[in-house]
Design a protein around this ligand. Structure first.
Ligand SMILES: NC(=O)c1ccc[n+]([C@@H]2O[C@H](COP(=O)([O-])OP(=O)(O)OC[C@H]3O[C@@H](n4cnc5c(N)ncnc54)[C@H](O)[C@@H]3O)[C@@H](O)[C@H]2O)c1
Ligand SMILES: O=c1ccn([C@@H]2O[C@H](COP(=O)(O)OP(=O)(O)O[C@H]3O[C@H](CO)[C@@H](O)[C@H](O)[C@H]3O)[C@@H](O)[C@H]2O)c(=O)[nH]1
Length: 473
C-alpha cells in the first residue's frame, strides 16, 4: 500500500500546540498548504493580525509566522472548509480536567475532542488521516474511530493516528525544530502503517529519520502521559529533597548537581522550585491516576497521585515560610511578587504557582504588588478571581495591584517573592531596589534564581528554596 501524499493539512485548534506546531510544519514544508482553524474568532484574528501581535508569546514564533503566513500557512475560522480540503487533520483541541460528573477532578474532559471528531465526520467528503495531537487518555483513538465510522459518507475512510506533542512552552520553536523524538502511533494494519508513513514523510522534511518513532496506537497515547508523569515526578522528588535540605543544612543545588552527575540520572529537570505549574503536568498525572483506578490498580494510582500532592505541599510550605519569616504575620504587609507566568519565556499562567502564593497572601490580608513582563493584566485578574471565587473582584483589587516594572513592584515592599524564573529578575539593580524597600528587606527566592550571597551582602534577608534559613548561604 503506498502512503497518501499529503499536500494539504488542517489543524483544528489554534492554541499553544496547534499554532506553533503547524506553523513550523508550514515553514519546513513549503509544498504543503497548512490551515489552522479555531472556533475562537479573537484568537484567529490575532494570528492574522497585520502587526503580528500573536495570541501567544513564544520566542521565535513570530519569525516563523512571518515567513510562512500567506505563503502556505493560513489561519481561519472556516473549520468545515479546511476539513474538506485536507488529506490530513490534526486535532489539537484542549483536553482539560473534568470539572463535574464521573471522574471530576481527575479524568480528561474529552468533549472538545468529540465535537471536533463529529465535525470531521459530518463535513468530510473524502478520506482523511485524522491525527490526535491533543493529549488524551489511552484508547481515545478507538472512540474517535467509532464516531467517524458511524457518521461517515460512502467512499470516506478514516485512519487514526496518535502523534502526541512534547514541546515545552518557552522553548516550543526550538523543540519543534529539533525534537528529541517524534512519536507516531498507528494500528498495525496495512492501512494504519500506510497512514503512519504518510505522516512520517511530513516530518522527514526536517526531522532525522532515526528520531521518528513508530509504535502501536495505545503505546503512543500512554507514552505521552508517562513522559509528563516522569518529568513531574523528578521535580516533586527534588522538591521533596529541598524540604530535607532546609531542615538539615544541605543545599539543594549542590545535591541536584551531585546526583545529576550520575549518567543514569542526568542533570536536566532537577531544579527545585516553588512547585511546577503549566497546563499539562497536573492534568496529565491526574489523568493517569484516573486511568490506573479505572484499571483497578489503586496502588499505582496512589503512587502517581503523590507527585501532585507533593507539588501542593511545596507551594503551601513556601507560603508558610514567608509568613514564618516575616515574624509570623503578613497582615497589612506589602509583598512584591515577581513573575506570574508558570515558567519563564511564556505569557501562560495556567496552574502557575504564583496564583496559589498570592491567594495564600491574600488570605493573610497582605497587600500584593505583582509584576510579570509578559502576562496580560486581564489574565491576572481572571486567575485571581478564579482562585478565590467567593471573594468579590473589587475586594481582591483593594489588596492586589499590578505594576509596570519590577522596580515599581518592590518600592516600599516588606518582602519580595520570586515566583517565575525570568532572566531579567537576575539582572535587576538590587542595590537600588534595596534602598526603596522597608527594612528589614526580605527576599524569598522560589526559583533559585538570584545570587543569595551577593544580595545578603547588600543587606537583604534572603530565604532560598532548599537552603536553611538560619545558616549562612
Ligand atoms: N500547552 C502545551 O505546552 C502542550 C504541549 C503538549 C501537548 N499539549 C496538549 O495539546 C492540547 C491542546 O493544548 P493547548 O495548550 O494548545 O490548548 P489551548 O486551549 O491553548 O488551545 C485549544 C484550542 O482549541 C480550540 N477548539 C476547541 N474545540 C474546537 C473545535 N471543535 N473546533 C475548533 N477549535 C476548537 C479552542 O478554541 C482553543 O483555541 C491539550 O490536549 C494539551 O494537553 C499541550
Ligand atoms: O527542573 C525543573 C523543570 C521545570 N520546573 C517547572 O515545571 C513546570 C513545567 O515546566 P516545563 O516542563 O518546562 O514546561 P511545559 O510547557 O509545562 O512542558 C511540559 O508539558 C508539556 C505539555 O504536555 C510537554 O509537552 C513537555 O514535554 C513538558 O516538559 C514549570 O512550572 C517549571 O518552572 C521546575 O520546577 N523544575
Amino acid at each position: 500500500m503506498s502512503p497518501t501524499k499529503v499536500t494539504k493539512i488542517c489543524c483544528i485548534g489554534a492554541g499553544y500546540v496547534g499554532g506553533p506546531t503547524c506553523a513550523v510544519i508550514a515553514l519546513k514544508c513549503p509544498h504543503i498548504k497548512v490551515t489552522i482553524v479555531d472556533l475562537n474568532k479573537a484568537r484567529i484574528d490575532a494570528w492574522n493580525s497585520p502587526d503580528f501581535k500573536l495570541p501567544i508569546y513564544e520566542p521565535g514564533l513570530e519569525d516563523v509566522v512571518r515567513k510562512a503566513r500567506g505563503r502556505n500557512l493560513f489561519f481561519s475560522t472556516d473549520v468545515d472548509k479546511a476539513i474538506q480540503e485536507a488529506e490530513l487533520i490534526f486535532v489539537s483541541v484542549n483536553t482539560p480536567t473534568k470539572k463535574s460528573g464521573v471522574g471530576a477532578g481527575f479524568a480528561a474532559d474529552l468533549n472538545y475532542v468529540e465535537l471536533a471528531t463529529r465535525n470531521i465526520a459530518n463535513v468530510a467528503t473524502s478520506s482523511k488521516i485524522v491525527v490526535e495531537k491533543s493529549t488524551v487518555p489511552c484508547r481515545t483513538a478507538e472512540s474517535m474511530r467509532t464516531i467517524l465510522e458511524a457518521n461517515s459518507k460512502p467512499n470516506c475512510r478514516f485512519d487514526i493516528l496518535s502523534n502526541p506533542e512534547f514541546l515545552a512552552e518557552g522553548t516550543a520553536i526550538q523543540d519543534l525544530f529539533k525534537p528529541d523524538r517524534v512519536l507516531i502511533g498507528s494500528l498495525q494494519t496495512p492501512e494504519g502503517i500506510s497512514a503512519c508513513e504518510a505522516l512520517a514523510e511530513v516530518y522527514a522534511n526536517w526531522v532525522p529519520k532515526e528520531r521518528v518513532l513508530t509504535v502501536g496506537l495505545w503505546s503512543s497515547e500512554l507514552s505521552k502521559l508517562a513522559a509528563n508523569a516522569m518529568l513531574a515526578q523528578r521535580i516533586s522528588s527534588v522538591n521533596a529533597l529541598s524540604a530535607i535540605c532546609e531542615a538539615t543544612g544541605a543545599n539543594i543545588d549542590e545535591v541536584a548537581h551531585a546526583i545529576g552527575y550520575d549518567t543514569r540520572i542526568g542533570p536536566k529537570f532537577l531544579k527545585a522550585s516553588v512547585g511546577f505549574g503549566g497546563s499539562c503536568f497536573q492534568k496529565d498525572i491526574l489523568n493517569l491516576v484516573y486511568l490506573s483506578e479505572s484499571c483497578h490498580l489503586p496502588e499505582v494510582a496512589a503512587y502517581w497521585r503523590q507527585v501532585v500532592e507533593m507539588n501542593e505541599y511545596q507551594k503551601r510550605r513556601f507560603s508558610k515560610r514567608v509568613v514564618d519569616t516575616l515574624f509570623n504575620t503578613i497582615t497589612g504587609k506589602r509583598i512584591a511578587v515577581l513573575g506570574f507566568a508558570f515558567k519563564a519565556d511564556t505569557g501562560d499562567t495556567r496552574e502557575s504557582a504564583a496564583i496559589t502564593l498570592i491567594k495564600d497572601f491574600l488570605s493573610e490580608r497582605a497587600f500584593v504588588k505583582v509584576f510579570d513582563p509578559q502576562v496580560q493584566h486581564d489574565q491576572i485578574w481572571m486567575d485571581l478571581q478564579e482562585a478565590s471565587p467567593l471573594v468579590p473582584l473589587d475586594h481582591i483589587k483593594k489588596h492586589v495591584s499590578i505594576s509596570g516594572s519590577a522596580l515599581e513592584a518592590c518600592k516600599n515592599a516588606d518582602a519580595i517573592v520570586i515566583a517565575t524564573e525570568w532572566k531579567e529578575f537576575k539582572e535587576l539593580d538590587w542595590e537600588e531596589i534595596y534602598k526603596t524597600m522597608n527594612k528589614p528587606a526580605f527576599l524569598f527566592d522560589g526559583r533559585l534564581l538570584v545570587d543569595a550571597a551577593k544580595l545578603t551582602k547588600i543587606g537583604f534577608k534572603v530565604t532560598t528554596i532548599g537552603r536553611p534559613s538560619a545558616l549562612p548561604v
